[in-house]
Design a protein around this ligand. Structure first.
Ligand SMILES: [Fe+2]
Ligand SMILES: [Fe+2]
Length: 388
């Protein structure tokens, strides 16, 4: 297992929690690029030979008026300049003027449970997702940890069924299909099976069934985009990489997707992310930052190398870290979407409040992604904070 992940991301964007202004309503520091639902935070990956780099609006608190995104075509050659660490932004193109091919909300790490008013929070999230004036999703993309936690050794079938039941109640408020992948907490430990949740439901089976997934990993097409849902726990209970069978399946799926079809990949663990380097300072060992393979895909080197052979891979969405970032590497954007639950409904996670992603995907492979604070009050809960 690889414990140290040295990220050579071509671009890293996102506001440090220590540099952002507090949300005036909640007192919490917003995530990188956090915007109100009216806000605009657009970025677009390259076309086959062109990259659209959108200006990240890093200092905009949620209450401000939307800013205009700016963008400019960047040549493939420029991409390597960008890889050296500079962010080049100019121009005035507006991706939002075009009609999206797919509109979606990216939710992740819902962690629904009975306590902490979590069901009400999930209700508020769906209300917000479907409450936009001029925008509504065609599909919801859910990158896992849907239930609080059914993977612990002491979680009985009855306890697992309770969490599943809460989710089934909550999704009655969802007006469009939900496409999910599994999170590490969605794997049932198998304790004390019942007639309703028998032993065969151990591991991924229970949530694969309850989330309506065709399999632990699968792909589908919508609106001219191809979507691939990976299983970051394919070697469960170990996780953080794809087994050989899973990787071979991914290879085959990419190979049979037409080159002109843009691809969006879903995984619970980020394939690439910078969150792990800064997460709570927990990775700091001596003079090194060591990112555990259970945080970010330990096989990121192999997956990104495979993506290199398929320039139509445009966007990878993930969760797991409960913090937000966006990074671009070799023309693929990797977005870690925070958590709908914040810090397990206990406040913010190092300043990242409960949120979801509002996403427009365009036919040419570009996209807009906005982090949306849906306004769940974090009350007096502090969540996790890092003392520096
Ligand atoms: Fe989670
Ligand atoms: Fe997770």
């Amino acid at each position: 297992m690889v414990w140290g992940v040295l990220l050579l991301a071509a671009l890293v964007t996102g506001r440090s929690p220590t540099t952002g202004g507090p949300d005036a309503t909640t007192g919490w520091v917003g995530p990188p690029g956090l915007h109100s639902s009216r806000g605009q935070d657009a970025r677009g990956p390259r076309k086959r030979h062109t990259v659209m780099i959108k200006q990240p609006a890093l200092q905009t608190p949620p209450q401000r008026e939307p800013i205009m995104d700016t963008s400019t075509p960047v040549t493939r050659r420029d991409l390597f300049t960008l890889a050296a660490g500079s962010l080049v932004v100019a121009g005035t193109a507006q991706a939002s003027d075009r009609k999206p091919a797919v509109r979606t909300a990216h939710i992740t790490d819902v962690h629904i449970m009975k306590g902490m008013e979590a069901p009400k929070g999930v209700g508020k999230m769906f209300e917000h997702i479907f409450g936009h004036k001029d925008w509504s999703p065609d599909v919801i993309l859910n990158t896992g940890d849907t239930v609080m936690s059914i993977d612990g050794p002491n979680v009985t079938a009855a306890a697992a069924a309770e969490q599943v039941g809460l989710w089934k109640d909550a999704v009655k408020a969802c007006k469009v299909p939900i496409r999910s992948c599994l999170g590490n907490h969605d794997y049932w430990s198998g304790k004390e099976p019942t007639r309703d949740v028998p032993a065969e439901m151990k591991g991924p089976a229970l949530m694969v069934k309850e989330l309506g997934m065709p399999d632990r990993h699968y792909s589908f097409d919508q609106g001219g985009w191809h979507f691939i849902a990976l299983d970051s726990m394919s070697d469960w209970p170990k996780y953080g990489y794809l087994t050989k069978d899973h990787f071979d399946w991914l290879k085959a799926d990419l190979a049979k997707t037409p080159k002109e079809t843009p691809i969006c990949v879903l995984s619970h663990l980020p394939i690439l992310s910078v969150t792990g380097l800064a997460y709570g300072g927990e990775c700091r060992k001596g003079n090194d930052n060591l990112v555990p393979g259970v945080w970010i895909h330990a096989d990121c080197w192999a997956i990104t190398e495979l993506f290199r052979q398929h320039p139509n891979v445009k966007l990878c969405l993930s969760g797991h870290m409960h913090t937000c970032d966006r990074c671009e590497y070799r023309g693929v954007w990797y977005i870690c979407g925070g958590a709908a639950s914040g810090s397990w409904w206990n406040g913010s996670e190092y300043g990242f409040p409960p949120l979801y992603g509002k996403v427009d995907l365009f036919a040419d492979g570009t996209f807009n992604y906005e982090f949306i604070d849906y306004g769940w009050p974090v009350r007096g809960w502090k969540g996790k904070e890092l003392k520096v």
